[in-house]
Design a protein around this ligand. Sequence first.
Ligand SMILES: C[S@@+](CC[C@H](N)C(=O)[O-])C[C@H]1O[C@@H](n2cnc3c(N)ncnc32)[C@H](O)[C@@H]1O
Length: 778
Amino acid sequence: MQIFELPDSTEGASPKMAKSGKKLKKVQKSSKAADLALAEDSSSPSPKKKMLKKKASLNGSAPLTNIVSNDKSHSAPAVNGAKAPLVKKKKLRKNKSKKLAREEAQHKPSTSSNHDGAAPPKKKKKASSNDDMKLFEDDSDGEDDDDDERMETLDTLNGGAGDDDDDSSAGEDAFSSDDDADASDLPIERKSKILERKAKRDEVMAEAELQTNIQRAEMYKLPTIDDVERQLKEAPNLQIIRQRISEVFQVLGDFNNRREKGRDREEYVGVLMKDLCTYYGYNEYLMGKFMDLFPNGQELMEFLDANDQPRPTTIRTNSLKTRRGELARTLINRGVNVDPAAKWTKVGLVIYDSQVPIGATPEYLAGHYMIQGLNSLLPVMALAPQENERVLDMCAAPGGKTSHIAALMKNTGTLFANDAKFARLPAVIGNLHRMGVNNAIVTHMDAREYVKIQRQGFDRILLDAPCSGTGVIWKDESVKTSKDSQDVQKRHTLQRQLILAAIDCLDANSKTGGYLVYSTCSVLVEENEAVVNYALTKRHVKLVDTGLEPGIEGHVKYRQYRFHPSLNLTRRYYPHVHNIDGFFVAKFKKLSNDKHKNARDDDVLEGGLGEDADTEESTQAAGGDAKKSANAPKKETAKKENAKKDTLKKETPKRETPKKEIAKKENAKDESVTEEGEKKVAAKRKAPTDAERAKKNKKKNKNKKKRKAEGDADKSSPKNGQQSPKTAALKTGGKKSPGKKSPSKNSPSKKQLKKKKRKELVKQRKEKQAGTTAPVSS
Ligand SMILES: C[S@@+](CC[C@H](N)C(=O)[O-])C[C@H]1O[C@@H](n2cnc3c(N)ncnc32)[C@H](O)[C@@H]1O
């Protein structure tokens, strides 16, 4: 103890330091040097300096203590080793070592060889295995061993000094036997300082690790796609794949700097696609969609990981029969571990675990709750049905949301629960009975037909549309591989048909409502924003706030698409963000029962994501409030052309179209949703160049001449007067012209008409010549 109080013992420190450090030994040949180092350290937070500081403090612990021994704040702990945490850490030291150290400390305070000898191996191991220490190794040129030794020395010394006390505890504090620790500090303050220093060290370490990773990524060598394919086929190693995925993401994140020379982005994306598909088990179509949706690699992985994990089991309290608190209490008594599910719901409960099957409790059977994902509550909350309204749930089976609607309506008014699949209706009826719903009528119809019986018949409508289920992959893994562009197109078409039908069933003049909620458990833009945007262009509706608390704004800009700005009122939900199933909710207000200026009976079969979205037609108003598109004249022409086509279609007698042909046609109309479709639509949209126009005119004239020549050559030909084989097909009811079909007996042929006209003209001329004033007939 005396030793630590000796003011001149600083001199003794020098030899110790000289032995124990390589660089420091130079720096700290004298106590002054040590002092200097300490002073520098305390003013600088840099890792290198910090290290130096540590070394100084560790190396010169005895001398340093001595230096400041006059200063109570520093000398006290060393002297009263019993109180210093440093000393307390020594419990694990062997008595023998302690004694040795004490002796040495008392007689030869700064002889490093002695301290070295006293160093407990355990401590040494701990210090050398410290990673952040290692991170500094590069800079300090292999000083760590010496550091360890110095630490041990210090420990030993302190242990020695404090051996009166029963001392000792963790070595951690020993590392921080330091400069900025104050003797007057409370233990908690010391601890806090230690933690602060540790946090700083961690920070430095993390930064260094990041740099290392970056360097590694910079050097990443991408295998060829063939090699990857071969490897994935032969022996897919998930660890290697995951590593490659992360490497490629890093390269893509800083492509110019990190890519391998001569390799383009496509190659990286190609390899990434293969790896992601193999790792997560998706087909390339769906993975491509998700890669578009989450261009940030980390988020993509989070989303994909979340798709493989089940969501928490949640239930909805049936407010027609009980209250949430009461239900929770009853369930807890049955051994169910429950909690309120989220802040934004007053009826949701989350089940952590249960000793009884949650779908078979007496409360379940009595209809006190419904097992439902939390996402299912959202569209009904957005719909906010009121008492005594007429409400339609267009796609209701199995009736989870229907029963929630009934509860909010407090069993008043009339609730229509419809589904097109008969086999699913018993579930609806069963659930409604169990939940005590008595204001519902269950119907079995294709909802697109509902408009025929209930046009403008409802205050509110829920359209929880059939969809790809890409938000609930954890429930049905087959979605990963079963979805393709055709499937998504089909659903997209059906959804557009359903949404227009729903709007037509709404009464815009409803005193309390006129609202439609559209929802899907899909995350694909094709099934969500694109459908909503389509409805905005076809009917007098506008989007309104869903009133829902959580959720991410729907896309207004998505890749090359531009949707109506009000699409930001729609809400998206993701499993990796909200820990609920992937979901989409949009709420419309119907503005007028008049048909929209763009509305046509068959409009649902026209257009698509591409046509409605990226031509910016969408920016023409929902509710007429949007800016006019810059391409308006072009669009007007297109519309007129479409209208012409429509008239033609309507005038043309219906023909028996083979099934295949219909399907082909529908796909063709919808293909704008797919990428190939997008390209085609873009090509169609491209204005023809002058040269193209001239070429077209030339061709037209040539055809005209040819037709004339043909007409002259064979005036009796049935083709005479017909514009094209296509028109001929239309005129003959779609059947291909057999080539020699005489005109109908009832309708005059063109030839006859011409003859008649000529006769009239001759007659008029004659009359004129005769001096009559009869007007020339047109
Ligand atoms: C997403 S589920 C509805 C889930 C339901 N809303 C619930 O929460 O319990 C979609 C439903 O739409 C039905 N459906 C599909 N096509 C339909 C159509 N054209 N008309 C009406 N229902 C249809 C399906 O049978 C399916 O039950």
